[in-house]
Write a protein that binds this ligand. Sequence first.
Ligand SMILES: Nc1ncnc2c1ncn2[C@@H]1O[C@H](COP(=O)(O)OP(=O)(O)OP(=O)(O)O)[C@@H](O)[C@H]1O
Ligand SMILES: [Mg+2]
Length: 227
Amino acid sequence: MEDPILKTVNVTKIYNQGKQNEVVPVRNASLTVEEGTAVVLQGPSGSGKTTLLSMIGCQIKPTYGEIVVKGKQVSKLPEKFANLHKREHIGFVFQQFHLISDLSVLDNIILPLLPSGIPPGERKCRAEELLEEFELMPRKQFKVKDLSGGEQQRVAICRSLINGCSLLLADEPTAHLDGQLTIEFLKYMTHLKEKGYTILIASHDPAVFKNGMVDRIIEMNSGEIVS
Ligand SMILES: Nc1ncnc2c1ncn2[C@@H]1O[C@H](COP(=O)(O)OP(=O)(O)OP(=O)(O)O)[C@@H](O)[C@H]1O
Ligand SMILES: [Mg+2]
């Protein structure tokens, strides 16, 4: 069998270690995600979903444990190399989208490519492919602040995919969406999965974890993986 695209082994995060206000949002979390599958991290508020997802996405480092993405131990890499690996393989959709509201849709999407040395023509080409795919072409020159919530999220998804990644992480992607937009979001995720992407979503929304595209649910409680 092929190696999983993602593996965590006994990952623990401790804030303020040894101090009175010590917090352990994630404790001994071990999981594997196979390439091409869609997995949901589920659990009540405060159970550690965002913290675990942020460690997998190389936004924060674990205090203990190993994280392997695409065969590389990202948790052990110096920051510069972890960033390079992240840029190449991981797409991240944040709960608050983190778009630049005064920039155009196109400029937001190509932003992650700016440090990469990819020529402007190629950047635009890649962005336009995604704009087509996510039905945003008519909004290409709009400022992000003039878009609806659903459209903003699609821009955030395009931006996360433009690096050519194969692992997509999303934190509570439906928290700000109504029922119809949630269905639409899941339709796009199904499409990405069919294209071979691996998808890991942190969510406590039943519409997400009960959706047919989800292959597996990993349940967290008080920082631990319980099933
Ligand atoms: N930087 C930090 N310093 C101290 N404690 C933190 C920090 N980040 C998160 N925590 C704590 O870790 C716990 C887990 O938080 P986390 O955001 O991972 O939970 P979550 O499962 O994503 O919750 P939600 O469903 O509300 O998004 C919380 O109690 C939180 O207060
Ligand atoms: Mg969270």
